[in-house]
Design a protein around this ligand. Sequence first.
Ligand SMILES: [Zn+2]
Length: 419
Amino acid sequence: MTRVLTITGARLTDGRVGGLRALDGTITALGPEVRAEPGDEHLDASGLTLVPPLVNGHTHAAMTLLRGYGDDLALMEWLQTRIWPAEARLTPEHVYWGTRLAALEMIRSGTLRCWDMYFHATEVARACADAGLRAAVSQVILGIPDAPAEARPEAAEDGLARLAGYGPLITPCLGPHAIYTVGPDALRSIAEVSDRHDAPVHIHLAETAGEVDDCVREHGLRPVPYLDALGLITERSVLAHGVHLDDAELEIVAARGATLVTCPVSNMKLSVGGAFRYPAARAAGCAVGIGTDGAASNNSLDLLQDVKVLSLLQKHTTGDPSVLPAADAWAIATGATAPRLGATPLEVGHPADLLLLDLDGPEVIPAPLDAGLVYSATGATVDTAIVDGRVLMRGRVIEGEDEVRARAAEAAAVVRGEH
Ligand SMILES: [Zn+2]
């Protein structure tokens, strides 16, 4: 039987009042003329604004379990004394419930597609599929001696295959952690696997100046030419952070069609020693998205907060308030400036993924739409979230939320060593 969803009475981004009709998860009509028909699932969106959903280009969803655990420490001390010991206690079930908690937070704050890299990735995929969220999921790959079996480079191809069975919302990806945790031979073989399966590769890159210095010392090349020589700068590459990239590296990224995902809040919290060079990346023609990074280094998955920080950080760093105006920042948040991240524009023929926002709150009015979205709104303005024509949240209510919160709290206590 055909699933029909009709939304009427919404404010459209062009200022008109109208709606949307979706058949089996695909938008078939959009505009003021849309009417509900008998038998449709019908949402009256009066007073709400219809916008596309947000895309979180880099996260470790299950790290919600480690939110607020080891704040205000330097990166290596944080990793060595807090994060890695806690991650050693993670079971697949912990990852499932941590990811479900992240999915709740993402849905409630308007992110309906995320790019994840973590341990026990099949549980990440299962959790996102159960939550109804679109996700590009990668098993983290670590070329270190005590890496768990499923995280070893030789397991990468099998890991990709295991992620294939979680339904149409889940895109299997490869997740080599970084150039300082995975060696060149393993990176080259991951590039070959990516090529064979046309699978995206999600990797941390140039997060700190120290990483760049080490790369130059060990390999005689900066990070982008190093990865490029290994076949890992392609249109399938999603490069998280990219803080310390020079102009020549940005030109390679643009020429290969790779995607940069900036994570401004995580970068500032961990003091990575600089800001993403957005004006240079834009001038080079790079595809740019935004990510929260994990909830342990942010500590929120609310992209509407992060996109404001992104815009402010760019203005502050360049000393130029005209850099990254609200409309451009909104385009980054929705993935419109990074097509490979899989954004779903609100257009006929595209998936019925959408948000209905309540922008009438005293914290937003009377701002124009773009400025209101980027500088004033938070995720709390999201009233309704829909993926594939299915309502995940309506009136800020998500089915099954209490169980997810309880099970995630139990998992968190174990992982944090509190039980
Ligand atoms: Zn990360």
